[in-house]
Design a protein around this ligand. Structure first.
Ligand code: ZN
Length: 240
């Protein structure tokens, strides 16, 4: 089975469509939350994911869009974009977002937005935090997003390896406990503005990180039309 794992789409339909084009046909699409927030087309992104039967989990932006007090923790730009998102999304988007769990299991993999022990909010950005979350995993493999950075945190006989994968990098799912982060489709932050995701071949047990360029200018123009914060518009071009 070939699975595409996408995260942090952030209402960027142009990036999502570029990713789906690049993927071609897969057996499943799993998403790791933050489907909406920051970007200009939340309804279109939800509609697309629903149409292809993607399954996944809620992120902090998705819960905030539904009216949750997650918004209290947002910085001013994120808060402004979230206020806009709340006013923009339609009933079908609300219903679809409200149906998302915060943790989901697929095969021997746990899907979360933040971390296995704190699925909505915790950022896995250090070895101690990765170690604690590898210990908290009920499955061998954890899939998470939230940081917008492609990463793997692998338990190698008690030592935690932090791996920053480039495009085309692979990770053999050989029984080691591991946390895999696909990076972000809609707002990458690793210095590469191209949309990022992971493909998993569950038979060959291989995860591969992928990137694809998309029409960033078109998204920036749509964001300006919506009056979204300039800093959020600008950062798409540099991937930070
Ligand atoms: Zn996010």
């Amino acid at each position: 089975m070939r699975v595409a794992v996408v995260s942090d789409l952030h209402a960027n339909i142009v990036a999502l469509d570029a990713v789906l084009d690049a993927i071609g046909s897969v057996d499943a699409v799993w998403h790791l939350g933050d489907v909406v927030g920051y970007g200009p087309e939340p309804d279109a992104v939800v509609e697309r994911l629903a149409a292809i039967g993607a399954v996944g989990v809620a992120g902090n932006h998705d819960l905030a869009a539904l009216g949750g007090n997650e918004i209290d923790w947002f910085n001013p730009d994120a808060k402004a974009a979230m206020s806009w998102t709340r006013g923009r999304i339609g009933a079908p988007t609300r219903a679809w977002l409200a149906g998302l769990p915060t943790t989901r299991r697929e095969q021997d993999m746990t899907l979360v937005h933040g971390s296995p022990r704190d699925p909505v909010w915790e950022y896995i950005t250090s070895v101690p935090v990765a170690r604690a979350n590898l210990a908290a995993l009920d499955t061998t493999i954890g899939l998470h997003g939230h940081t917008h950075l492609p990463m793997a945190w692998a338990d190698q006989d008690g030592r935690i390896d932090a791996i920053s994968p480039g495009p085309g990098s692979t990770f053999q799912l050989d029984g080691r406990r591991v946390l895999l982060n696909p990076g972000s489709v809609g707002q990458p932050r690793d210095g590469d503005p191209a949309a990022s995701w992971i493909e998993i071949d569950t038979d060959a047990r291989i995860a591969t990180w992928r990137r694809v360029a998309y029409d960033i200018g078109a998204v920036q123009a749509a964001m300006r039309d919506c009056g979204l914060p300039t800093r959020l518009v600008d950062r798409l071009a540099v991937g930070l």
